[in-house]
Design a protein around this ligand. Structure first.
Ligand code: FEO
Length: 396
């Protein structure tokens, strides 16, 4: 195995996880990687580590370049366990002279590992660190996506080691963006944004503006997941667009169904949306994972929700999806709801309430149908779809 040199004397030493399929509720059907980077300079420096069970792979890749005991500095850009799970064992082996982290990084490391004796060196935002021939500038990125998060910028190489930002849960034998299928890559990058960073969109916009103000030249972005961007402009532009909540002329009909009545209604609503020349995806929650749906929510203008009433509430898959979507804070959406019921029929009201809390523009009170829709009921659903379609066309 040849060492993977991404810039002169900068190596990728991470681990590829081909088998993980769940990442705290996010479906990682393409696996992921945990990236770590090693700079060989007067001060040999390791940036981040990997998930606990991938320690062997990290050490193997480091040993192909240098004995781990020779590492002088460790930089912890982010404490979440997928990047620090094996930190205690790596600290025992490496015994670094210094462990660099943000102010919140130190606190978070203490809360995780309870080791007061580690050689913490808290860095200030914008602070420089010379490794010999290379200089690291630390950039605080608090809440992108944890309080401790920061970037490390290698000035001489114009290389941004960006922690979780710009990542993708995407396992591959290739390490660079121009070596993989671009459509697959951009889909995984969008899905990652929608499920990890969406709620921090205002901070993402601010960060992009401040990096531009700083005049930081970026030739390469090396995130902690997925492939490395040799075309950083592509992913920065995508982040600009996603964080501005720019939407296409597209609607989603997301539903769950008990005895197919709500499904019949969903199809009629979708027909109405399509009648208005708006693209529509019909997403049954029983066969579409919530994290895939969120990737579609990212650039959809309208979200139409369907659920029958169960025990005076929603079907559990819809309740779970709403909880998940609300936490990710999509903005500037048009909303509407529909559903069948037997006797009480609260589902439509409940879905509208959550969408109102999310500040969606509710364009219709919604359609409720008792038990099984008649032809007339389905026509009402088509009309609901048309109202949504018209609203999308006016808004986009
Ligand atoms: Fe990839 Fe926030 O950890």
């Amino acid at each position: 195995m040849h060492p993977i040199e991404i810039k002169p004397n900068v190596y990728w030493v991470g681990a590829v996880d081909w088998t993980t399929r769940d990442f705290h509720g996010y479906s990682t059907y393409r696996g992921t990687t945990y990236n770590a980077y090693l700079i060989m300079d007067e001060k040999i420096t390791l940036f981040d580590t990997v998930k606990k069970d991938k320690k062997g792979e990290l050490l193997h890749r480091i040993r192909n370049i240098v004995e781990p005991e020779k590492i002088d500095y460790l930089v912890v850009n982010h404490v979440e366990m997928d990047h620090s799970g094996c930190l205690p064992e790596i600290m025992e082996i490496v015994k670094p002279e210094k462990l660099f982290c943000s102010t919140m990084g130190r606190k978070t490391l203490l809360d995780h590992f309870h080791r007061e004796d580690w050689p913490y060196e808290v860095v200030k935002p914008g602070q420089d660190l010379s490794l010999g021939s290379k200089t690291i500038q630390f950039i605080e990125t608090r809440m992108l996506h944890w309080p401790d998060s920061m970037f490390s910028y290698v000035k001489e190489d114009k290389l941004l080691i960006s922690s979780d930002a710009f990542g993708q849960h995407f396992a591959s034998s290739e390490r660079f963006d121009d070596e993989v299928n671009l459509n697959d890559l951009m889909y995984q990058a969008a899905k990652y944004y929608a499920n990890i960073l969406y709620l921090y969109s205002p901070l993402v916009s601010k960060l992009i503006a401040s990096v531009q103000e700083m005049g930081l030249e970026i030739d390469m972005i090396a995130p902690d997941h997925g492939v490395i961007w040799r075309d950083p402009g592509r992913i920065i532009n995508a982040y600009s667009e996603w964080s501005s909540h720019k939407a296409r002329k597209k609607a989603l009909v997301i539903y769950d169904t008990m005895w197919h009545s709500t499904e019949m209604m969903a199809k009629a609503v979708a027909d109405g949306i399509q009648d208005e020349g708006v693209s529509v995806d019909l997403l049954d929650l029983t066969v579409n994972h919530r994290s895939e749906i969120m990737a579609s929510v990212l650039d959809a203008k309208a979200i139409v929700l369907g659920s029958p009433t169960l025990n005076n509430g929603l079907l559990p898959r819809m309740a779970g999806f709403l909880m998940y979507m609300r936490g990710l804070k999509p903005a500037n959406k048009i909303g509407a709801a529909f559903g069948s019921y037997g006797w009480s029929g609260e589902a439509v009201k409940l879905m509208n309430k959550v969408m109102e809390e999310m500040k969606f523009e509710i364009v219709d009170p919604g359609v409720r149908v008792k038990y099984v829709p008649s032809h007339e009921n389905l026509k009402e659903c088509v009309e609901l779809g048309r109202r949504v379609g018209k609203a999308v066309t006016e808004a986009v």
